[in-house]
Design a binder for this molecule. Structure first.
Ligand code: 4NP
Length: 162
């Protein structure tokens, strides 16, 4: 079997967007039978919510799409993540700037915007829903699940050797 590919999704607080993306990716990866190969975690550039479960609205939104993210716990991005992960995938351009500013010397992981990396247009972001309402959380879910499906389809093609 090929070496596992490790993806880290990053947002600001690690309680809304990145845990939703982690949940969508885990679900789509499991559905495709690629869990041994594709590994996913998430983190926040900020540490204010470290140790907390995802925002209740994120949990409810994921749940209404059949995905349980209630067991996830927020953590802050750390220097070791740049070596432990192959891709550090950011929710928005502000996260991208913050992550790039923290790259240690000789880091292994590459840094990108999650949606752009998944095939959406250049610069595509996931808007912060924290101060928004349910429709903002629904929009985040639609975006992260679309990205998750595209990422899994790409890796499934690679695995199939097509
Ligand atoms: P997230 O949303 O980055 O998608 O997890 C936020 C969560 C918390 C805060 C901001 C954004 N905050 O300021 O505490």
């Amino acid at each position: 079997m090929a070496e596992p590919v490790r993806l880290l999704v990053i947002c600001l607080g690690n309680i809304c967007r990145s845990p939703m993306a982690e949940g969508a990716l885990r679900a789509r990866i499991a559905e495709a039978g690629l869990s041994d190969w594709l590994q996913v975690d998430s983190a926040g550039t900020g540490g204010w919510h470290a140790g907390e479960p995802p925002d209740h609205r994120a949990v409810v939104t994921a749940e209404s799409n059949g995905v349980d993210i209630s067991m996830l716990r927020a953590r802050q991005l750390q220097a070791a993540d740049f070596d432990d992960f192959d891709w550090l995938l950011c929710a928005d351009r502000s996260n991208l700037r913050d992550v790039r500013a923290r790259v240690p010397a000789a880091a292994h992981g590459r840094i990108a915007l999650l949606r752009e990396w998944a095939g959406a247009h250049k610069g595509a972001e996931i808007a912060d829903p924290y101060t928004g309402g349910q429709r903002h959380f629904d929009a985040v879910w639609a975006q992260v699940d679309t990205a998750a499906q595209a990422i899994v389809a790409r890796f499934a093609r690679q695995r199939g050797g097509v």
